[in-house]
Design a protein around this ligand. Sequence first.
Ligand code: ADP
Ligand code: MG
Length: 208
Amino acid sequence: MKEETLLNVIVCMQENIKENREYLSDLDREIGDGDHGINMDRGFAEVIKKMDSMKDQDLAGILKTTGMTLAFKVGGASGPLYGTAFMKASDVIKGKTEITIQDLPALLEAAIDGIQMRGKAVAGEKTMLDALMPAKEAVEKILETESDAKPVLEAMIKAAEDGAEYTKTIKATKGRASYVGERSIGHMDPGAASSAILLRSIAEVVLD
Ligand code: ADP
Ligand code: MG
């Protein structure tokens, strides 16, 4: 993947977030304050406004601009968390002119580390990490036997979506949803749902 494809991924993320704006806010309404779709949509709309300047940037620069914009323009906990994820992923590809499928585990790991650095959550606390961590593990595992992008990205999406589904069964102990405690059980975590959407956007563009 070179710069143009990465920009297409960012555009696809924005479109899919916009399309799922109500869905994500509805999920957040059940266990939070109902703004997750609004926050994410606003953040990605701001990222798209930077498209012209991002066209002159390298891969790391594109991810960094995306991260900084999300961190500063998204109200809500998810902005700084996703922002840090993109910024940490940017560090992984600093100086590179191409991203390959082999880079994916390191990119996901950096994103996860960034989210954990900021939010101090671990697996099983009903957050975006419960979609991203299994996705990273699935990618690592399948790369032991596969090197084509298609099966790897499909495994990543499946693990993220299963992870988001799994958040229905657990109690939130981090973020706003932790205030409703036991009552959060039975509802999908909105951040896990948006993470699955973002990862699916990567696959949509790459496998197009
Ligand atoms: P807010 O909670 O401030 O309204 P959003 O609704 O935009 O922000 O985002 C909520 C999502 O953020 C949650 O569904 C969860 O996935 C994620 N989140 C919240 N706190 C944390 C944390 N400490 N670590 C990881 N993810 C978190
Ligand atoms: Mg919210």
